[in-house]
Design a protein around this ligand. Structure first.
Ligand SMILES: NC(=O)c1ccc[n+]([C@@H]2O[C@H](COP(=O)([O-])OP(=O)(O)OC[C@H]3O[C@@H](n4cnc5c(N)ncnc54)[C@H](OP(=O)(O)O)[C@@H]3O)[C@@H](O)[C@H]2O)c1
Length: 456
């Protein structure tokens, strides 16, 4: 563990700015990198992150964990601060068990184990990482006291035990995704990690993490299609947009952050071509740190203009259309931009919703947040394809404009879609209601809900 030796030093330009990178070999044979920003010569109060190597998360963008997002955030935090260091620990892969055993542990997780039990089933330590090499590197570059960016209390204790003064612990914002929700919860419950999930959505001016877990619920879908959540913002009188085109946004800035956190938690965000034509949305995650999901546009006649913001090159994008839309030049232009164009069968309102969802499943998409507009929301509900709704209600009355949900051919009130498992949050003056859409088979034979029964 001793015999630390500096082996190389280079300037490394990255998307988070230029870093002075110093490479150290440790007695174990592993290489540690110190990505240094600014002048650390006095060695005091240095913003520091010790990042455990994770090939799948850091380099391949895996969503099984939050490592890639944390690395990205850590580097950007240093760039913003202008001074600090990120220690990249290459012997920490899979919490110290190495790449192959980490992949084997993933197989155990697929068989039902959580991230701790998976390691135990393989006869491996739940967390085999040590921090003495990281502490030695910090000392070698002259760092004496740190403001440590972590949610892991063990990291704090071990660095302190190895002679590094931790002046402050800087919590890392949670970046939950439906794919890693269980992993984050296990880290919280079994390793005592803090600030991962479970915080209530933020108040109007809060900048910290947003808990999207409670809004998204159990995220369970029937076999063969992704989990589908409908998300829209409406006024108190149920309008999702004004009748005029210069409508502006219905939700507040805080509500917008929650919308982006919900996007960041899902594999894909879906809208109809009507929303593309009227709003030209980007459908990316910008209001919070987080990864943008794939974008899906329902466009049976290929009406989306090539200049649409949803065709920006930064995010994988799917256009669902029909074989009848034979705009060959547009198909070629989209293909040239790596936009996936998929033909599915037509349905009553454009594309057949079950066929769209089946196609998404074959693309590996397991969760979709549907952000409108009214026609697509209505089609999803009519097709029985919505698992959850999340509605933001803004304290305004428009008087006219488009309603979120159109004709569903249900007899009020007994035939109304039933919503279960509600959660209600107040964000500033906006009410957010989230609930599961009851499956048709869950309705009692007479179609009456228990509440109806009580009132008859
Ligand atoms: N407040 C909010 O949260 C919110 C969110 C989104 C949008 N909006 C508003 O909603 C308005 C747009 O609403 P919209 O209803 O025109 O747009 P939309 O639902 O986004 O798009 C509807 C179009 O999608 C295509 N489509 C393909 N398959 C479909 C299917 N199975 N079901 C329904 N549509 C399908 C159809 O065009 P083709 O027949 O050409 O395929 C259809 O006309 C805008 O004013 C926007 O501002 C509000």
């Amino acid at each position: 563990m001793d015999e630390l030796r500096e082996a190389a030093r280079v300037q490394l330009p990255t998307i988070a700015g230029e870093f002075d990178v110093r490479a150290f070999t440790c007695g174990s044979g592993y290489i540690y990198l110190a990505l240094i920003k600014g002048d650390l010569s006095d060695g005091r109060s240095v913003l520091t992150r010790v990042h455990s190597e994770c090939l799948t998360g850091d380099a391949l963008g895996s969503l099984r964990c939050d490592c890639g997002a944390q690395l990205d955030l850590g580097m950007r935090a240093l760039a913003a601060e202008g001074r600090g260091v990120l220690i990249y620990a290459t012997d920490h892969e899979g919490r110290g068990i190495g790449l192959l055993d980490k992949l084997r542990a993933y197989m155990e997780q697929e068989a039902g184990a959580d991230t701790v039990d998976a390691n135990l089933r393989l006869g491996l330590a739940p967390d085999g990482r040590r921090y003495d090499d990281a502490a030695a590197v910090l000392k070698a570059i002259g760092v004496r006291s740190v403001r440590l960016s972590t949610n892991n209390p063990r990291k704090v204790q071990e660095l302190q035990a190895a002679g590094i003064t931790v002046e402050q612990v800087v919590p890392v914002p949670a970046l939950p995704h439906l794919r890693n929700q269980r992993y984050l919860r296990t880290k919280q419950d079994r390793f005592g990690h803090r600030n991962l999930i479970g915080d209530p959505p933020p108040a109007e001016h809060a900048t910290q993490s947003i808990d999207v877990g409670s809004l998204l619920g159990s995220a369970k879908a029937p076999d063969g299609r992704p989990f589908v959540v409908l998300k829209y913002a409406q006024t108190l009188d149920g309008r999702i947009t004004a009748a005029t085109s210069d409508a502006g946004r219905i939700g507040s800035a805080a509500e917008n952050r929650i919308s982006h956190a919900l996007r960041a938690a899902c594999d894909a965000v879906l809208v109809g071509v009507g929303t593309v034509l009227s709003d030209d949305p980007q459908l990316t995650v910008r209001a919070i740190p987080g990864r943008s999901p794939a974008r899906v546009i329902l466009d049976s006649r290929l009406r989306s203009p090539l200049t649409a913001a949803v065709f920006s090159p930064d995010v994988p994008t799917y256009v669902m259309t029909t074989a009848h839309a034979d705009h060959q030049h547009k198909r070629l232009a989209l293909a040239a931009r790596h936009i996936a164009v998929r033909d599915v069968r037509p349905g009553p309102a454009g594309l057949d919703i079950p066929a769209v969802l089946h196609q998404l499943c074959t693309e590996g998409i397991r969760s979709v947040i549907v952000e409108g507009g009214a026609r697509v929301i209505t089609s999803m509900l009519a097709a029985g394809a919505a698992d959850r709704v999340i509605v933001s209600i803004s304290p305004r009355i428009l008087g006219r404009g488009i309603h979120a949900v159109g004709e569903l051919h249900k007899e009020p009130i007994a035939g109304a879609l039933r919503l279960d498992g509600h959660t209600v949050h107040l964000i500033g003056a906006t009410i957010i209601v989230a609930a599961d859409v009851a499956r048709p088979s869950a309705l009692p034979p007479d179609g009456k809900t228990p509440a109806d029964a009580r009132h008859t």
